[in-house]
Design a protein around this ligand. Structure first.
Ligand SMILES: Nc1ncnc2c1ncn2[C@@H]1O[C@H](COP(=O)(O)OP(=O)(O)OP(=O)(O)O)[C@@H](O)[C@H]1O
Ligand SMILES: [Mg+2]
Length: 346
């Protein structure tokens, strides 16, 4: 089976070709440079950049996969795109591109859930979907826009157990980085700084929120902001005041510890209370080395991550979601693109 897929939910424009579970191409254009000066993604700019880059990204994906243009009829068994959740304007671009490619090649169009993509990305190894997930399992999606725990009984059979009530984990990384004067996206910068920390830094609260599987990271972000205000003065951010480098590293390490401990404890508690032995972690924040190490220390639980190249947004994972649906014979020829916040099952 050959699938062409598009990903345009946020700030990566991507197209991929997957054939028989092997990736023939996965072209990704990241808009990071465009959004950096705003310290976050500007939706209108993201939509325009997707529009501008998608022909180039599609061309690259087809060329690398050795697919000739004009497209021959039946060249693809399906064309897939992320139908959400994501930025509405950005989603439209992926949908229109996918619709056109489906029309030209006579293939069915499959809209997939972007977060399911972050989960299934765990199946790729050296460009092949050769590590199929074993069910049942507990899923933790930790990305720029989401922090969610799902119980997964099989492909497409997902139940949301908890989600963030305010900031997603990635968003908290990005905002704390901004407070510290570090560039966007903040996650990798905070991780780099944290690795340089020496000695004992500040202590930030762990938002465990007993009694619920939901998450909340905005209070932790506020705790960092109060800490900085106490050190530098109330209007430190407006005045452009920043901590000395050694103290920045300490704050990053303390913040990262609090996020990691919260994610790992809540996920492990949920797995144990549900009798689940397997955990799969996906999304941009799952690239974090401290998070991987902490999950790796859990006893009696098998924890799976995707290869780092597939943690952030890419069309390879979108193609794989469509493949699993084709194999199961469960898909709608769908043009639905509204941000979809409902349960992500098929
Ligand atoms: N090493 C890292 N440590 C912590 N966070 C990281 C790391 N690398 C990336 N991130 C964070 O991951 C986020 C981006 O992830 P991803 O691309 O999956 O999110 P998104 O697609 O914007 O959001 P969503 O998938 O929820 O729609 C950013 O917030 C970024 O700071
Ligand atoms: Mg994403």
């Amino acid at each position: 089976m050959k699938i062409l897929a598009f990903e345009t939910t946020c700030d990566e424009t991507s197209a991929a070709v997957l054939e028989g579970g092997g990736l023939r191409s996965n072209a990704v254009f990241s808009q990071i440079k465009l959004h950096r000066k705003y310290s976050g993604v500007v939706p209108e700019l993201a939509s325009r950049a997707h529009l501008e880059k998608i022909p180039f990204v599609l061309g690259r994906a087809l060329r690398r996969a050795g697919i000739k243009v004009p497209l021959k009829p039946d060249v693809f068994d399906a064309v897939a795109f992320s139908r959400g959740p994501g930025l509405p304007g950005a989603l439209m671009v992926g949908r229109v591109a996918a619709e056109a490619a489906a029309e030209l090649s006579g293939a069915p169009l499959i809209g997939v859930n972007h977060l399911e993509g972050h989960l299934l990305a765990c199946e790729f190894e050296n460009g092949k979907a050769s590590r199929p997930l074993k069910f049942p399992l507990l899923t933790l999606i930790v990305s720029g826009g989401h922090t969610e725990l799902w119980r997964a009984r099989g492909y497409g059979d997902y139940r949301v157990l908890g989600r963030t009530r305010d900031d997603a984990a990635g968003e908290a990384f990005d905002k704390v980085a901004k407070l510290l004067g570090l560039p966007y996206p903040g996650g990798p910068e905070v991780e780099k700084e944290a690795a340089r920390a020496k000695g004992k830094g500040p202590e930030f609260p762990r938002p465990f929120m007993p009694g619920t599987r939901d998450f909340s990271f905005s209070g932790l972000k506020t705790a960092v902001s109060y800490y900085l205000a106490a050190k530098l003065g109330q209007d430190f951010y407006r005045r452009g005041l920043r901590l000395p480098p050694a103290d920045i590293a300490g704050v990053c390490a303390a913040f990262q510890d609090a996020v990691v401990e919260t994610l790992v404890k809540k996920t492990a508690d949920a797995a144990r209370s549900l009798g689940l032995k397997r955990i799969a972690v996906g999304g941009g924040v799952s690239a974090n080395g401290a998070l991987r190490a902490a999950f790796g220390r859990l006893e009696g639980l098998e924890v799976r991550f995707s290869e780092k190249a597939y943690c952030s947004d890419n069309a390879a994972m979108v193609a794989l979601c469509a493949l699993r649906r084709l194999e199961a014979g469960k898909f709608r020829n769908s043009l639905r693109v509204e941000p979809d916040l409902s349960a992500p099952g098929w």
